[in-house]
Design a protein around this ligand. Structure first.
Ligand SMILES: [Zn+2]
Length: 139
């Protein structure tokens, strides 16, 4: 996937800010064949009530808001991002159960309030497959 630097920075800042809870949001961009280019990160509140430390949930209303925003920019929702406080940047079983085929999933690992790593995973019929992240843009 290709991602604009400003969008990536927003995701990483948000992951540190919301520690020790999982942060989440949607990736707005375009499909180019099987690949995606992400231009914006759309923040959504984590509406999970009981397990915010190791679960995230995006409400249908926020999803619709993101779609509307994407449309206004000539983009689409192409993926999801979230953080794993004190856990590695690999998808959990829970993440796989909720993933959409064709979407990209950026997972940020945050330890003691600092981002330590992040990776992007594409969800296809065989499950999650890691994809390379290429950052573009100056800011
Ligand atoms: Zn997760």
């Amino acid at each position: 996937m290709r991602i604009r630097k400003s969008a990536l920075r927003k995701i990483l800042n948000q992951a540190e800010r919301d520690y020790p809870y999982e942060t989440c949001g949607l990736l707005l961009g375009r499909w180019e064949g099987n690949d995606r280019t992400v231009f914006e990160a759309f923040e959504t509140p984590n509406v999970n009530k009981s397990r915010k430390r190791d679960r995230y949930e995006i409400s249908p209303v926020d999803y619709l808001r993101a779609e509307k925003k994407a449309k206004s920019l000539g983009l689409e929702v192409v993926g999801v991002y979230h953080s794993h406080p004190d856990h590695p940047d690999r998808p959990s079983k829970f993440d796989a159960e909720r993933a959409f085929e064709g979407f990209s999933y950026i997972i940020v690992s945050v330890c003691e309030g600092k981002v330590v790593s992040y990776r992007s995973w594409e969800f296809c019929d065989e499950g999650f497959k890691e994809e390379r992240i290429k950052v573009f843009g100056k800011s």
